[in-house]
Write a protein that binds this ligand. Structure first.
Ligand code: NDP
Length: 290
């Protein structure tokens, strides 16, 4: 049986992710709040721009919106096809996933929390990592659709587990971004050439995704290209800290990082990339990382 697939939310991630689907599925429906983006997607990739009420009649429905709140509000107003699977790629809130699983069960719809990592470049190259929470049978049925967009498709547990893994992953990114900012500002204060220092760290035990990619490409280059908004990272660190609180664990480093990223977000220029969090530290240290 030919499956129809829909993609809801054609933002920085969704626009690129949905572009791969026509290679694997005959019928690919797209919807976006600003509908002209859906029409542009259809013209560019051979998808079909439809109303939301039609999009939710597909066998497999992807969504990728900023927050779980956005997804819950959107789902409130629609009648979804019975027997379909909803794959939510939003970096969302675990409690929302559990609520949506229960809510959609009544309509005979499976809900998977399936956030992704790999940035817009991973969306473009279909090399994303999917971290998926929810029913194993639904995961297996949805696997081919996710595999069309990603490289590692990993089931991580019960509903909400995917969102939890994603939030902690992004918290680790934030911790690293901030610590590299402090470390490299210190090196600059000591007169060290930062490109040379980066070469050494990237061949040593302190290397990370931030030192290998984010610092050279975004911070030291002073480009700060806006592909992953700072408000989204602030949201993710907030979700991670809520998880810590729920678990009643001490996490001083994570709490401090959440607060720093929150402050960076409040003081940043509107529409800043997450890497621009480094600019808050620059404003304190009076050192420009270049
Ligand atoms: P964008 O801000 O680029 O896009 C958001 C999309 O959601 C747009 O299509 C927007 O529509 C739509 N939207 C926003 N609010 C609503 C609403 N209330 N109802 C319906 N549609 C809405 O975000 P990203 O694509 O960057 O991120 C999406 C999700 O993916 C986030 O949860 C983010 O944390 C996560 N993520 C992002 C990554 C990145 O590198 N950018 C990497 C991994 C995960 P419109 O065009 O009308 O504004």
């Amino acid at each position: 049986m030919t499956q129809s697939v829909a993609f809801i939310g054609l933002g920085a991630m969704g626009y690129r992710m949905a572009a791969h689907l026509p290679k694997y599925f005959e019928k690919v429906l797209v919807w976006n709040r600003n509908f002209s983006k859906a029409e542009q997607h259809a013209a560019e990739y051979g998808t079909t721009a439809v109303e939301l009420s039609q999009a939710v009649q597909a066998d497999i429905i992807f969504s990728c919106l900023p927050t779980s709140d956005d997804v819950e509000k959107l789902i409130e107003g629609v009648e979804i096809k019975s027997g379909s699977i909803w794959i939510d790629c939003t970096s969302g809130v675990p409690d929302a996933a559990r609520r949506l699983v229960e809510k959609l069960k009544v309509q005979n719809v499976d809900f998977l929390d399936a956030p992704v990592s790999g940035q817009t470049v991973g969306a473009e190259n279909a090399t994303l990592t999917f971290m998926v929470g929810g029913d194993v049978d639904a995961f297996e049925r949805a696997y081919p659709a996710m595999a069309a967009l990603g490289k590692l498709i990993q089931h991580v547990g019960e509903p909400g587990a995917g969102f939890a893994v994603k939030a902690i992953n992004n918290m680790l990114l934030a911790v690293n971004l901030w610590s590299v900012t402090e470390g490299f500002s210190t090196l600059k204060a000591h007169g060290v050439n930062l490109d040379a220092a980066l070469n050494c760290v990237n061949a040593s035990s302190g290397k990370s995704f931030v030192t290998e990619n984010i610092f050279p490409q975004r911070v030291l280059s002073r480009e700060f290209p806006v592909t992953f908004g700072l408000p989204l990272l602030a949201k993710d660190t907030g979700i991670a800290l809520d998880l810590v609180k729920d678990a009643k664990l001490p996490a001083p480093l994570l709490a401090l990082t959440q607060s720093l990223i929150q402050t960076a977000n409040l003081t940043a220029e509107p529409n800043s990339d997450f890497s621009a969090a480094a600019k808050l530290y620059e404003s304190w240290s009076k050192i420009t990382l270049k």
